[in-house]
Design a protein around this ligand. Structure first.
Ligand SMILES: *Cc1c(COP(=O)(O)O)cnc(C)c1O
Length: 463
């Protein structure tokens, strides 16, 4: 394919509304360590490498688009969470962010527990050897078959999400001659996303049982009466991509208040509280996430303080990071197909994937960054929108970013921080074949989830 420069796109200064976008980075070839997996760097030819392997080699061997996952980084992050919380707390990786059998084995080896929210996620975890007692089962509408399977397998806890489910789980456990450990998920009236949290009427959602109006207290009353379940704690999950700890502070305060009410009413101190996940990561250089040890310190202090004030023995804490473990460890590798400069607007760069491998931009207006990874370039920055190949104008991967103006079809570009909620939310829209996940470590690459094939799709279509 010709690498000759296409007509230059608009200069960003001509099209940017004043103060609306960050200016282009000083060096387009630089790779901000905040957003890239830890072993990512450029070799002497300027080609980006991860785990010691060049992306050009990965593209040749595994094709594009592909999710490339830095195994050493995944393990290091998992370990950092584990170490930060120590032996007096439990870290449950939220499997919905990205789950595969290799990931389950890494988590097991690094001492993390696992959250699942469907029977099939549970089956994946069990098939990779995660001990059932280290699995927590979530969801607002677990089927009776799923509950049955989870209880039978002996999962460590089921997180109850409604009044009906309290009875359902108790009944199923009893029919199996078991006593299932459970937590009750409550909504504390706090919803947190990124930089701010809102503490008003956020009981208006499908998850959890509201603290408001005494509903959570009533749920506890009912759970304590049933033989099939053993209530071990209260669960709260307040949002996603959170940087500010004040939402957790309010949530912990309200959960501990409920624990105190439970003690006063029933004379028991529940041994555990789960503060959920939702810790933010850097998608662009503008994001400043906290380190696991800072988060652990902050959460532990909040809970200890609240419990001292309530004269409660401090319960065992658990947390459930998903994105913060896997998100930064992978990038999506794409090949540039067409480049379309739109006079006075921006340049549209089309890649060989799109909303089928990353729905987050279309779904939540998520922000991403992007870099040319198959070579370095000294060309001027060009304002681009990276779009997919699907029949949908909202099929955007990166809304606003800069790439070098000499970008050409056949170049490889990569979008960092796609480890969480990209492969797990991937679709077959336009009969796209979902990309593989290639794990890279110490100069070796291996497919941990293979690319779908036409045959895979046609096998489902039984005529
Ligand atoms: C989604 C979810 C998580 C993980 O959220 P992240 O933003 O990936 O950390 C943890 N706990 C519960 C209950 C969830 O629903």
């Amino acid at each position: 394919m010709s690498r000759s420069a296409h007509p230059a796109g608009p200069r960003y200064a001509d099209v940017l509304p004043e103060g609306h976008y960050s200016p282009p980075p000083a060096d387009l070839n630089a790779l901000d360590p905040k957003v890239w997996a830890r072993t990512v760097t450029r070799d002497e030819d300027g080609v980006v490498t991860v785990g010691g392997i060049a992306v050009t080699e990965l593209a040749e061997r595994f094709g594009t688009p592909a999710y490339v996952l830095d195994e050493a980084d995944f393990r290091a992050r998992a370990r950092a969470w584990r170490t930060a919380f120590g032996n007096d707390a439990d870290v449950f990786y939220a499997g919905k962010a990205f789950l595969s059998r290799a990931v389950v084995r890494w988590l097991d080896e690094e001492g993390l527990n696992l959250d699942v929210c469907s029977g099939t996620e549970l089956a994946t975890a069990l098939s990779a050897g995660m001990p059932a007692e280290r699995i927590a089962f979530h969801g607002n509408n677990k089927s009776t078959a799923e509950i049955h399977r989870a209880v039978e397998a002996g999962v460590g806890r089921i997180v109850l999400d409604s009044f009906q489910e309290i009875v359902r789980v108790a009944h199923i456990a009893q029919s199996l001659g078991k006593r299932q450990k459970v937590q009750i998920r409550i909504t504390v009236g706090v919803e947190a996303h990124t930089h701010e949290f809102i503490a008003t009427a956020h009981e208006d959602q499908k998850f959890g049982i509201p603290l408001a109006g005494g509903q959570a207290a009533e749920a506890v009353r009912r759970a304590l009466q049933l033989d099939g379940i053993e209530l071990i704690g209260i669960h709260s999950h307040i949002g996603s991509q959170i940087f500010d700890m004040s939402g957790f502070e309010v949530a912990a305060h309200r959960v501990v208040r409920l624990l105190r009410e439970i003690r006063d009413e029933h004379g028991i101190e529940l041994p555990e509280i789960d503060l959920g996940g939702g810790l933010g990561i850097a998608y662009t250089s503008d994001d400043d996430p906290r380190e696991p040890h800072e988060i652990a310190k902050a959460l532990t202090e909040i809970v200890t303080r609240e419990c001292e004030a309530a004269r409660l023995r401090a319960p065992r804490i658990s947390v459930e990071p998903g994105r913060a473990v896997v998100g930064p460890t992978a990038f999506t590798l794409y090949e540039v197909g067409t480049i379309k400069p739109l006079e006075g607007l921006r340049t549209y760069v089309s890649v060989d994937g799109g909303m089928s491998d990353n729905i987050r931009t279309a779904l939540y207006d998520a922000e991403y960054s992007v870099a040319l990874v198959s070579r370095v370039s000294g060309a001027a920055p060009m304002l681009v929108r990276v779009v997919g190949k699907h029949c949908e104008s909202g099929d955007i991967v990166v809304k606003d970013a800069f790439l070098p103006a000499d970008l050409a079809p056949g170049d490889l570009i990569a979008v960092p921080a796609t480890g969480a909620y990209c492969r797990s939310m991937a679709s077959n829209y336009n009969h796209a074949l979902r990309p593989p996940v290639v794990a890279v470590a110490d100069g070796e690459a291996r497919v941990i989830v293979r690319r779908e094939t036409e045959e895979d799709l046609l096998r489902l279509d039984v005529g």
